[in-house]
Design a protein around this ligand. Structure first.
Ligand code: MG
Length: 534
């Protein structure tokens, strides 16, 4: 019985396309068109009636009868709606349809519905025509090109007129209000930013330097930070966002910026600190040719640091190599370590090795590679109300461990503040910045350095000012918004102490105004004396 029923269904299915053109003879054509042909009776009714009648009549006769009835009904039904939704796919099929066949002929129009570009939905586009009509006002002829051409012509005439005027009277340079007498240099953490957020007075302070002050004078400035772990460009973008003004890489010094000058000296270097692979990228950007990280060393030998396992991300990005065959020429601590225990283990292994080869141990402990730190701040000002340990603390810890293990003093080098070289670098940068942006090709007479850390900012400024290499005056101003603790005496005394960076800026500008007035009074008194003598 079931076999008979299946045979019947098969025959019924094939009865429907009797009237379809022979041009559509592929399986996909049949399946698409069959979908649109509707039987006058539901399938379940035909199947049930066939089962009942098959108990009383011969099966073959019954099949033939049903087939004939179904074919007749199909021939009598209304024309199938093949083009109800004029799918672009089916449009291409119609090229093969016999157009003399009235049943499958497409509508009189080619079937392209015009849709509004405003009201069209996804379904319209997916199932309907491929033509979308723009709104009426956009279809009208426009004179926009004429307006644009007229504006360009007007601009051209204005430029020509300005140039002609310039031949007679030179234009007043924009930077005539920029002072060439003094400049500012700022530390960042604890002065302008704390815990990633701007200190409230910072934005206002920089506005004052940019000309929004009672004297209408612009004052050049640069940033000198011991922070790092990112490229100078990335730090500038961060600072620009935090301070709501554009900061250029040309006015920015990181703690590790001077390390770029050592890229030619060392071939294979270990770079420590920072997040992920950022410090490797910074070092490679400086020109270091072969940069390895603690992650590379742990990936080569996971027993190097028994309590530190690489994360999946670190494993993916760390580079595999055989450190038994490589020698590391120098160690650079670019940024704060994220894993003191692991990093110290690897650094000490290298410091005590023979010629920087891991797995070896020097007998004299003077064959290891040199180590450099991008700065020496023991503490720094973060989001926490109390100061946090910085890179200088790691240096102190390493020196103590090295002495404990070898009995010798560790010789290391630190860049950044308070190193005099950093202030020399800052002097050159400031001169270049003034030249590039304001056309002033000379060092400022006075530089006000605003910082929050007596041990680096104030000490460095004072010592540089007192050194023989300093050709101008560097004036230290300590602010109370960072490391400095009220009620304590700073280890290195500043020239001035103020509450915040805005007060520091106002103090410096007022001091210069007072100096200018004083010198004018002196000039006048000298002139008067000269007149009296005559
Ligand atoms: Mg600071």
């Amino acid at each position: 019985m079931l076999v008979h029923l299946a045979a019947f269904s098969h025959a019924r299915t094939f009865a429907s396309p009797f009237r379809l053109p022979h041009a559509l003879d592929t399986p996909s054509d049949w399946s698409q068109i069959r979908h649109h042909v509707h039987s006058p009776f539901p399938n379940w009714l035909l199947d049930c009636s066939f089962l009942v009648l098959s108990r009383y009549f011969n099966i073959r006769v019954l099949c033939f009868f049903y087939l004939a009835i179904f074919t007749l009904l199909t021939l009598l039904q209304p024309p199938p709606i093949v083009f109800q939704h004029f799918n672009p796919i089916l449009i291409s099929k119609t090229r093969y349809i016999n157009m003399s066949d009235t049943v499958l002929s497409p509508p009189a129009k080619p079937g392209i519905r015009r849709l509004s570009s405003i009201s069209t939905t996804f379904e319209d586009l997916a199932l309907g025509p491929s033509v979308v009509v723009p709104p009426e006002h956009m279809s009208k002829p426009s004179d926009a090109h004429e307006t644009a051409a007229a504006m360009e012509m007007a601009k051209h005439r204005l430029r020509k007129r300005d140039n002609r005027a310039g031949d007679v009277t030179p234009p007043t340079p924009v930077d005539t209000l920029v002072t060439d007498q003094y400049a500012f240099a700022f530390d960042i953490d604890g002065v302008l930013v704390r815990g990633g957020k701007p200190i409230p007075q910072a934005v206002e302070a920089l506005k004052v330097l940019n000309g929004q002050n009672e004297y209408g004078v612009k004052v050049p400035y640069i940033f000198v930070t011991n922070g790092g772990g990112k490229t100078e460009q990335e730090r500038c973008l961060d600072l620009s966002r935090q301070l709501e003004l554009e900061v250029s890489a040309g006015q920015f010094i990181c703690g590790h910026t001077p390390m770029r000058e050592m890229a030619e000296k060392y071939k294979t270097v270990l770079v420590v600190g920072g997040e992920g692979e950022k410090c490797r990228a910074v070092a490679e950007g400086y020109g270091f040719k072969d940069v390895v990280t603690p992650g590379d060393i742990i990936k080569d030998n996971k027993h190097t640091t028994p309590f530190r396992k690489l994360t999946a991300d670190e494993t993916e990005h760390s580079r595999l190599r055989n450190f038994g065959e490589s020698e590391i020429d120098a160690i650079f601590v670019f940024a704060d370590s994220r894993d003191w225990a692991g990093d110290q283990q690897i650094i000490l292994d290298l410091l005590m090795s023979k010629n920087g080869r891991l797995g070896t141990r020097s007998e004299t402990f003077d064959e290891g590679p040199p180590i450099y730190f991008s700065h020496n701040d023991v503490v720094w000002s973060a989001s926490h109300p109390l100061t946090r340990m910085g890179m200088g603390a790691l240096r102190v810890s390493l020196e103590a461990l090295y002495k404990s293990l070898t009995g010798k003093e560790l010789v290391s080098t630190a860049f950044g503040k308070p190193q005099i070289g950093t202030f020399q670098f800052a002097t050159r940068l400031l001169q270049q910045w003034r030249k590039d942006t304001h056309g002033i090709d000379a060092p400022p007479r006075t530089v006000y350095f605003v910082g929050d850390t007596p041990e680096s900012d104030i000490r460095g400024t004072n010592e540089f000012n007192a050194s023989s290499v300093c050709e101008n005056q560097w004036y230290s101003i300590l602010v109370r918004t960072g490391v400095f603790e009220e009620g304590t005496k700073p280890a290195f005394a500043p020239n001035a102490t103020v509450d915040n960076v805005l007060e520091a800026v106002k103090f410096g500008i007022q001091r210069e105004v007072d100096k200018g007035l004083k010198s004018k009074v002196q000039q006048l008194s000298q002139q008067q004396e000269a007149i009296m003598e005559e």
